[in-house]
Design a protein around this ligand. Structure first.
Ligand code: SDX
Length: 430
């Protein structure tokens, strides 16, 4: 890592800070010694200009709309590989050989079942519980069942926990869906690939054979690849911060799921589809565009905008292509929601407000239409995002744990509250 220097003067006290250069992307000013040297903190709510860690996993060039996983463009991974290959790449840093891929697929497949007693957790939820609430609860409970892979200091246990998370998330997600709709759970079937196994666990019923549609399975697998990892987004940062205290990986992933649920983050795919349904028809789009531009209206175009991408989210382009493939396979000639989405995108991308603020469709804009066409209710959309992002959370957690300089994350603050004052007995408070 090449270095240069930055000068900073605080109240006449001039200091030098190291500037570190990565392999690509913005340099960073190392401010670790700032407080010790100057007695001041930096201040960056929302971390708009703050790098929280060093990482080798994923790189985003927001201006150019580029997304690389271990250096490989998302377009190539989505086009040529499958989700478990992307998982191997994120976890180990290299594309697997044929033998490594066969072994990895085998190892993941043999962890797809969950402890039979865990199925009782589901009956504790109301049937109409949001599946993300069930995911938070059941995934967190994994640490009550898999004690033999919670010692984070043991590399073998870290890898077993990683495999278990990747393997069991589809099973738990499918069980959350089945419980939600009142159908019996379907066990994983190990002769199916990852995406086919998941679709079968969601849509098969015990009373008849279920044939997985290969076009749908490929679309599902590609959707998982698109959602796998994305640098230090809010939920990944949550997993890293939870893991920095030494919490077990299952609890950390449950924390990531909770954060992802928010509509500003992973919950946007559910919110985007609801927005398209609320708009309903193309002629109502101008009304919603006006609301999105109105500072006094909290409404935002869901599936638009991004903290990093100030260009088109490359994942959204691939998602749009997948949407057309799925609708064509289903023989859906015109989907009114897709018509609204395409017209909304066209209008927004030519509108001065969106151009000036560099607001483009993100991954959540088209994903909802595709997931609805695949047969999922909107309440399952963020669950599918969590299922796919689990490998990214785990890979980032593992990178943090294995960093020899790792320490517990403990941000400071700008305090603007009351200064010292003495207690007043209630009898004297008027
Ligand atoms: C994901 O971080 C990741 O990588 C996340 C993710 C991943 O893979 O992990 O990519 C997944 O979360 C994608 C984003 C999904 N969220 C949405 O689609 C919700 C709608 N988008 C916005 O809420 C917003 O764009 C965010 C949250 C995504 C980004 O917010 P920022 O970076 O904090 O930007 P901002 O809120 O400061 O907005 C900048 C300006 C503001 O106007 P001004 O106050 O400067 O006048 O743009 C406006 C905002 O009002 N703006 C929007 C808008 N998004 C931003 N105006 C209308 N509609 C929008 N969608």
């Amino acid at each position: 890592m090449t270095e240069s220097k930055a000068k900073l003067s605080v109240d006449g006290n001039e200091i030098e800070l190291q500037v570190l250069n990565g392999s690509v992307g913005p340099h960073v000013v190392d401010i670790a010694s700032l407080y010790k040297q100057t007695g001041v903190f930096t201040y960056d709510p929302g971390f708009t200009s703050t790098a929280s860690c060093e990482s080798k996993i994923t790189y985003i060039d927001g201006d150019e709309g580029i997304l690389l996983h271990r250096g490989y463009p998302i377009e190539q991974l989505a086009e040529h590989g499958d989700f478990l290959e992307a998982c191997y790449l994120l976890l180990y840093g290299e594309l697997p050989t044929k033998a490594q891929k066969t072994d990895f697929d085998y190892r993941v497949t043999r962890h797809t079942m969950i402890h039979e007693q865990m199925s009782r957790f589901f009956t504790g939820f109301r049937r109409d519980a949001h599946p993300m609430a069930i995911m938070c609860g059941v995934v967190g409970a994994l640490s009550a069942f898999y004690h033999d892979s919670t010692d984070i200091t043991d590399p073998h246990q870290r890898m077993v926990a990683s495999l278990r998370m990747i393997a069991k998330m589809p099973t738990i997600a499918a069980m959350a869906y089945k419980y939600h709709i009142g159908q019996p759970f379907i066990y994983p079937q190990n002769d199916l690939d990852y995406a086919s196994n998941f679709l079968r666990m969601c849509f098969a019923v015990p009373c008849e054979e279920y044939e997985v549609n290969p076009v749908m399975a490929r679309a599902m697998d590609r959707i998982f690849i698109l959602h796998a990892d994305h640098e230090q987004n809010a939920s990944t940062s949550t997993v890293r911060l939870a893991g920095s205290s030494g919490a077990n990986p299952f609890a950390c992933i449950a924390a990531g799921i909770a954060c992802l649920w928010g509509p500003a983050h992973g919950g946007a795919n559910e919110a985007a589809l609801k927005m398209l349904s609320d708009i309903g028809t193309v002629d109502r789009i101008p009304e919603f565009i006006a609301r999105a531009k109105d500072h006094d209206d909290p409404f935002r175009l869901m599936g638009f905008g991004h903290r990093v991408y100030k260009n088109y989210d490359p994942r959204a382009k691939i998602m749009q292509k997948t949407t057309h493939e799925v609708l064509a396979e289903l023989g859906i000639k015109d989907d009114p929601l897709l018509d609204v989405a395409i017209e909304l995108e066209r209008i927004a991308l030519t509108d001065e407000y969106f151009i000036e603020k560099k607001l483009y469709p993100n991954i959540d804009f088209y994903s909802g239409i595709t997931l609805k066409a695949l047969g999922f209710p909107t309440t399952m959309f963020t669950v599918l995002f969590a299922l796919a992002r689990t490998v990214g959370w785990i890979a980032q957690w593992k990178e943090m744990i294995e960093d020899p300089h790792q320490k517990i994350g403990r941000p400071r603050q700008l305090y603007t509250g009351a200064t010292h004052r003495d207690y007043v007995p209630i009898s004297s408070r008027g």
